[in-house]
Design a protein around this ligand. Structure first.
Ligand SMILES: CC(C)(COP(=O)(O)OP(=O)(O)OC[C@H]1O[C@@H](n2cnc3c(N)ncnc32)[C@H](O)[C@@H]1OP(=O)(O)O)[C@@H](O)C(=O)NCCC(=O)NCCS
Length: 165
C-alpha cells in the first residue's frame, strides 16, 4: 500500500531529489519545511519503500484566491460568493521514478485530500499552477485552463467528487 506522509526533514533526504526543474527541487530543499512550520503550506511526500529516506515525489497544498471573472459564465454565477480555491502549488516526481505512474498516483492522492478538506471548509474549485510542459498532464485528468493565465488550470470539486468517489 502506497501512502503519502508529511515531509519530515529529519527523515527525508531532500538533497537527492531531482525532478529536472530546479525551482521545484529548491522548493522542497529550502522552503517546504519552513512554510509548513508557519502553517502556510503543507508538503506531502511519497517514500521509496526500499529506502524510506528516499523521496519518489511530493506535492504541496494550500489555498489561493479565485479570480471569478476568469471562470466560465455558468460557474461565475454559481460561485459568486466564493473567494478561495484549494491549490496544488507544486507536484513533482524524481527523474529516476518518472513515467511509472507515480505522478498520476500523487495527483489523485492530492485531490482526495483536497476533497476531504472541502467537505469541512467548503471551496468550489481546485487550482493548479502547472510548470512549463506539465499543462497537458493536468488536462489529461480534466483540468481546464483559465482564460486569463497560461499556466493555471482548475477543476470543480463537484467534478472531482463525481470522478474520484
Ligand atoms: C509531470 C510529472 C509530475 C508526471 O509524473 P510521472 O510520474 O512522470 O507521470 P505518470 O507516469 O504518472 O504519467 C501519468 C500520465 O501522464 C502523462 N504525462 C506524464 N508527464 C506528462 C507531461 N509532462 N505532459 C503531458 N502528459 C504527461 C503520461 O503519459 C501518463 O499518461 P497515460 O496514463 O495516458 O500513459 C513528472 O514528470 C514531473 O515531476 N516532472 C517535473 C518536471 C516537469 O514538470 N516536467 C514537465 C516538462 S516535460
Amino acid at each position: 500500500m502506497m501512502n503519502t506522509l508529511l515531509l519530515d526533514k529529519a527523515k527525508h533526504d531532500r538533497t537527492q531529489f531531482n525532478c529536472g526543474i530546479e525551482t521545484l527541487n529548491n522548493y522542497l530543499k529550502v522552503m517546504a519545511s519552513q512554510q509548513a512550520k508557519k502553517d502556510n503550506t503543507r508538503t506531502f511526500v511519497l517514500e521509496d519503500k526500499n529506502d524510506n529516506s528516499h523521496i519518489i515525489g511530493f506535492y504541496t497544498l494550500t489555498m489561493t484566491p479565485i479570480n471569478l471573472k476568469a471562470l466560465p459564465d455558468k460557474l461565475q454565477k454559481k460561485h459568486q460568493s466564493s473567494t478561495s480555491g484549494g491549490l496544488i502549488a507544486r507536484l513533482a516526481v524524481d527523474q529516476r521514478y518518472q513515467g511509472k505512474g507515480f505522478g498520476e498516483w500523487l495527483l489523485i492522492d492530492a485531490l482526495r485530500k483536497l476533497i476531504a478538506a472541502s467537505d469541512i471548509v467548503a471551496f468550489p474549485v481546485v487550482i493548479v499552477d502547472a510548470k512549463e510542459g506539465a499543462k497537458q498532464f493536468y488536462q489529461h485528468y480534466g483540468f481546464q485552463s483559465f482564460e486569463d493565465t497560461k499556466h493555471k488550470l482548475f477543476i470543480t470539486v463537484s467534478d472531482l467528487r463525481a470522478s474520484l468517489y
